[in-house]
Every structure is written in structure tokens, then in C-alpha cells.
Design a protein around this ligand. Structure first.
Ligand SMILES: *Cc1c(COP(=O)(O)O)cnc(C)c1O
Length: 431
């Protein structure tokens, strides 16, 4: 099919996620991607683009890693789908066992679902029902950070601390208290402690994106907050749910962001890099103590599950993902790449006096183009347009420009990416 015909059909029928459709239909000239390989996308004309943000943070091992594609094909030849309610199959059983080994200590039970949102949705429902089963039905309030992002379902929407995403639904949501984020407030931990001291009897769980709040503009904070928050949840009988959907699988330099703080939560959610960017697939990991609260009479069980839970294709790929991390020593390559990202963003900050808050952690580099960088800001989109002319696909977060490339991106591609970002910022700010 010709490029114009694809775009015409798209504009006539596709309702794009996170996209103001009026301007899109009127004037967008979308990238039409035909194939992808490693850290590059190729459009229908064969032009290549470095994928600066791993296709919405999922392609951590790059696109179409040959071992993942083979694992998918082999599994498709045997079994694509079967329900997971009370029956099982080898890929799900082996994946759960491998995840338990890879997880922070104590998280030995694995509940499968479809994507980051459902991994979080399962976690909040587990938290609520655990308290019901244990005779504390009043613990129904959740605590989340200002600027938090945890996905899309209505339960999860309650947790969101980004007002554009939350406000339209606010009157229909569960009870949630948003506390100051350690990324912006040096007294965040004191605020959390004060809240717990006052209201712990009503609080079901604290939900955190560990070390990096991605969607609110790659806000970063110190591991010390995580450690202290873990102590406080234990002291006050509040469950800790850690959302590693973005940070897991080496994004911050260690396999889990939790590893940097040396903590284990009660529930840990993983998706995105979990299935290497090939298929929707997610997991909510739980401790034995959480799991045991659902044993006993049948009504105590977790009556919840998605049609595709633990599907064999996703499970086979997710197992292979873990093996690729081991065999290819993926995390060992992060230090060098991370150092280059740090140098690159320091360089951008020095070159462009109008930018602010250059920050990096592991395989993430970010910089603000305007004070109080806003999600609906437009400066990042100007940089994105410049980057596209220079062979880089870069989706900004409003006024925040960031890179979060595949964590095994070839060094040559990474250097090219960083210099294109710098040149694109220059071109966009000059206008
Ligand atoms: C992307 C994301 C989610 C939602 O995951 P989906 O797969 O898009 O549903 C949840 N939490 C965090 C931290 C994320 O970055």
C-alpha cells in the first residue's frame, strides 16, 4: 500500500491514544513505520530513525531481537492460548519460577495479566481484598505521589497525580491521597509519615514509581526515600505496591529500581520490557504473606483474571527475555551507555542556556525546555520535529525532552542519538 493511502485510511478511522485528533487529522504527517530492527525504525520509504524512547518504553532489548522472535515462533507452533484458571502450561510455570528468582527477596508468587495498567489494577484489588479477608475492611484509601502515573483503568486513574489525566474522572474515583513527591519536595518523607500517623487505619496501600516518575517528565528522586517509605509502611501496617513497569528490567541501571534501595515491597508490578516489547503481558508479584491472605474459604480467593492471563506466547517470550539478559550480560553494558547519556545531557545543558534541570539515571536522560515544564507544553514537539529531520524518532513529554533508548543500543547509535538531540534542541530554540 502507498504511504498516502495508509495515512488516508488512518485519518478516516483510527482514534489515536494520547492524541488531540483535530490537529492530527488536519495537519499531522505521521511516521508510517514498515519495519524495525534493533534500535531503529524504518518507514515505508526505507528511511531509518533511531527510536529514542524504545517505542513507549517497551523495546528494552531493541526491536525484533532474533532470540525473542524465534521463541515466539516456536511457541506459536505449539500452543498460542489457553485459559490459566486452574489449568497450566510449561511457559507460565517456568516464567513464574524464573521471575521469583529474579525478583527482590520474598516475592515468590506471580499473578499474570495483560499490561502495566492491569498489573496495577490487580495489585490495588489484591490490597483491598487482603484487608477485607484479614478483618480490616476500613482500609480503603490509597496513597500516591503528586505527579504519579500508573496506567489507564479507572482504579488506576484514582492514583494518578497528573491532573490532565485525572481531573475529568475525579468525581467517579476511589479515595486517594496524593502526597508531595521527593522529586520536588525535600520534606516529602515527613509529609508521608505525618499522613500515616494520622490516618493509617484507613490506608490500604502506598503506591510508588521507584526512583523515576516517568510520565510526569522523568522526575528523579533518591533511593533514601524508598528505603524510608518501606520502613514507614511496615511500621504503620500499610502495604507497599511498587510500580516497576517503566523502571524494571534495567532501565535505571540495576535490574529493578528497588535493588538500588535494597527494598522488597509487598507487591511489585512489571510489564513493558517484561515481554521485550513483543506482546502485551504483565505480572504482579506478591509475597507469601499476601498470598496466604487469600487461602481458606472459597470466597476469600482472588476472583479476578483476564482472558489472556499468562498466555503461552507472552510467557515463552518473557522467559527468553530473562535468558537474553543473562547470556548477553545486558546490564553490564549499561554503565558505559549511562555515562555517555550523562555526558550528552551535560553537554546539552552547557550548550543551551535556556534549558533547565538536565538529569540522568541509568538509561534515561531528560532536560526541561521551559520553567515548570508542562505536559501540554509544545516546545518538546518542536524538538521532535527537528529530530525527525535528522533521523531520530523522539516523543517528548510536553516541554520535557528525554531519551530512554533500548538498553542495549549500539554505542554508535547512542552517540548519534545524543548529538541529534543536542542539534535539535538548538534548532528548535533558535526559532
Ligand atoms: C506505562 C506505565 C504504566 C501502564 O502500562 P500500560 O502497559 O501502558 O498499561 C503503568 N505504570 C508506569 C510507571 C508506566 O510507565
Amino acid at each position: 500500500m502507498k504511504r498516502e493511502d495508509i495515512v488516508a485510511l488512518d485519518k478516516r478511522h483510527v482514534w489515536h491514544p494520547y492524541t488531540p485528533m483535530g490537529p492530527y487529522i488536519e495537519s499531522a504527517d505521521p511516521l508510517v513505520v514498515a519495519r524495525a530492527e534493533g534500535s531503529r525504525l524504518f518507514d515505508v520509504d526505507g528511511q531509518s530513525y533511531i527510536d529514542a524512547t524504545s517505542s513507549w518504553w517497551v523495546a528494552l532489548l531493541g526491536h525484533r531481537h532474533p532470540r525473542l522472535v524465534s521463541a515466539l515462533k516456536a511457541q506459536a507452533d505449539a500452543l498460542c492460548h489457553v485459559a490459566l484458571a486452574g489449568i497450566t502450561h510449561e511457559p507460565a510455570a517456568r516464567l513464574a519460577a524464573e521471575l521469583a528468582k529474579q525478583a527482590p527477596p520474598g516475592l515468590g508468587r506471580v499473578f499474570f495479566s495483560d499490561d502495566g495498567s492491569t498489573a496495577l489494577e490487580a495489585a490495588i484489588k489484591i490490597a483491598l481484598k487482603l484487608h477485607v479477608n484479614e478483618g480490616r475492611p476500613d482500609k480503603t484509601t490509597f496513597v500516591a505521589l503528586e505527579g504519579a502515573f500508573h496506567g489507564e483503568t479507572m482504579g488506576v486513574t484514582s492514583l494518578l497525580g497528573i491532573e490532565v489525566f485525572r481531573r475529568p474522572y475525579a468525581r467517579a474515583l476511589m479515595q486517594t491521597v496524593h502526597v508531595p513527591t521527593p522529586a520536588r519536595d525535600p520534606n516529602a518523607i515527613e509529609a508521608l509519615e505525618a499522613l500515616f500517623a494520622r490516618e493509617h487505619a484507613a490506608i490500604a496501600a502506598l503506591v510508588l514509581e521507584p526512583l523515576v516518575q516517568g510520565a510526569d517528565g522523568m522526575l528523579m528522586y533518591d533511593a533514601a526515600y524508598l528505603k524510608r517509605a518501606r520502613e514507614l509502611t511496615e511500621r504503620y501496617g500499610v502495604l507497599l505496591i511498587v510500580d516497576e513497569v517503566f523502571t524494571g528490567y534495567g532501565r535505571t541501571g540495576t535490574f529493578w529500581a528497588c535493588d538500588r534501595a535494597g527494598i522488597s515491597p509487598d507487591l511489585l508490578c512489571t510489564a513493558k520490557g517484561f515481554s521485550g516489547g513483543l506482546l502485551p503481558m504483565a505480572a504482579t508479584l506478591a509475597t507469601e504473606r499476601v498470598f496466604e491472605a487469600f487461602l481458606g474459604a472459597p470466597e476469600r480467593a482472588f476472583h479476578y483474571g483476564h482472558s489472556y492471563a499468562g498466555h503461552p506466547l507472552g510467557a515463552a517470550v518473557a522467559l527468553e527475555v530473562l535468558e537474553v539478559y543473562r547470556d548477553e550480560h545486558v546490564l553490564e553494558g549499561v554503565a558505559e551507555r549511562s555515562a555517555r547519556i550523562e555526558r550528552g545531557f551535560r553537554g546539552i545543558a552547557e550548550r543551551h542556556a535556556d534549558t533547565r534541570n538536565a538529569r540522568t539515571l541509568g538509561m534515561i536522560g531528560a532536560i526541561d525546555l521551559a520553567p515548570g515544564a508542562h505536559y501540554l507544553g509544545t516546545l518538546g514537539w518542536k524538538v521532535s520535529a527537528e529530530a525527525r529531520k535528522r533521523g531520530v524518532y523522539l516523543r517528548p513529554l510536553g516541554d520535557v525532552v528525554y531519551v530512554a533508548p533500548p538498553i542495549n543500543i549500539p554505542l554508535g547509535d547512542l552517540d548519534e542519538l545524543l548529538s541529534v538531540v543536542s542539534d535539535s534542541v538548538a534548532a528548535a530554540l533558535r526559532e
